[in-house]
Design a protein around this ligand. Structure first.
Ligand code: NAP
Length: 260
């Protein structure tokens, strides 16, 4: 069956890359783009095109939504650590018979002078911390702070977009802020708060990378939480531009604006 134009692309969002993808697709008259946001952030930066907010109700709910809204292709452009949504996307795409692409910015790469310690999870990062420092710069987001809640001998500077909810570490200061962050500011935070260890997810991207440079320059160790894998069989694009190419290839394979 040929796909009618405009084709409907559903972008699972919540990242800079998802917004950039929507910005690129919205200018193409052959495409209708809807971005879906989880609704975790109180005042999100909205992409152009249609936006919907809130969960779908698991993989089945997403598959229903795809069918009901006539979605022709799905791009999972969620954060590399949004593993549940990525798993649901893979299941729903298979159920609803739509092509799926994962848009994932590459992870960070250690450089000379970096003192990185890898952890498989937030819990493993919390286990490592007491061996590495006492004053922690915690940048893993407001969700999952429970993993650090028992570390009473450590002090935390917790940076997040919205305020965290308990359980949280007993000794902490919260810094509400949203990237991009500059190296100078990161350096100043480390100095002013006498931070001696940084904890980060391997989120990748430039917006939050200056903390890694600042940590290297200050000579402090970094606990890097490794990414969960992309669901098996799902193709991956590293940039919004590559994702646009995929959309065009998938939906306009015959070059006529329809595909069979
Ligand atoms: P998650 O654990 O993978 O997903 C939990 C549930 O949230 C999903 O099952 C789904 O609910 C809903 N959900 C997640 N992303 C959604 C989206 N784009 N649209 C509609 N519903 C969505 O996700 P998370 O780690 O809580 O992240 C939530 C959102 O924040 C994601 O969109 C992600 O891109 C963004 N984000 C996450 C991180 C992080 O470190 N995890 C960092 C920055 C931004 P239903 O099952 O009801 O559909």
């Amino acid at each position: 069956m040929p796909v009618a134009v405009p084709v409907h692309v559903l972008v699972l969002g919540g990242t800079t890359e998802a917004r950039r993808l929507a910005e690129s697709l919205v200018g193409d008259p052959r495409v209708r783009v809807t971005t879906s946001l989880a609704g975790r952030v109180a005042a999100p930066r909205l992409p152009p095109g249609d936006v919907r907010v809130g969960g779908f109700g698991g993989a089945d709910g997403l598959a229903d939504w795809i069918r009901a809204q006539g979605v022709d292709a799905l791009v999972d452009a969620t954060h590399p650590f949004a593993a549940t949504m990525s798993r649901n996307a893979a299941l729903a795409a298979a159920q609803a018979h739509v092509p799926l692409l994962a848009l994932r910015r590459p992870g960070w790469v250690a450089q000379d002078g970096d003192r990185w310690h890898f952890a498989a999870s937030l819990a493993e990062a919390a286990e490592l911390l007491p061996t590495l420092g006492e004053r922690v710069f915690l940048t893993t987001g407001r969700m999952g702070l429970a993993a650090f809640a028992e570390l009473n001998s450590l002090w935390f500077l917790v940076r997040s977009v919205d305020a965290p909810e308990p359980p949280c570490p007993a000794r902490m200061e919260v810094l509400l802020d949203r990237g991009p962050f500059a190296r100078e500011g990161e350096r100043e935070l480390i100095r002013r708060h006498r931070l001696d260890v940084l904890v980060t997810k391997d989120s990748g991207g430039e917006a939050t990378a200056p903390k890694l440079t600042a940590a290297r320059e200050a000579g402090i160790p970094v606990v890097v939480v490794r990414r969960p894998p992309v669901p098996e069989g799902v193709p991956v694009a590293a940039t919004p531009e590559a994702a646009v190419e995929w959309v065009v290839r998938e939906l306009y394979a015959d070059g006529s604006g329809t595909s069979g």
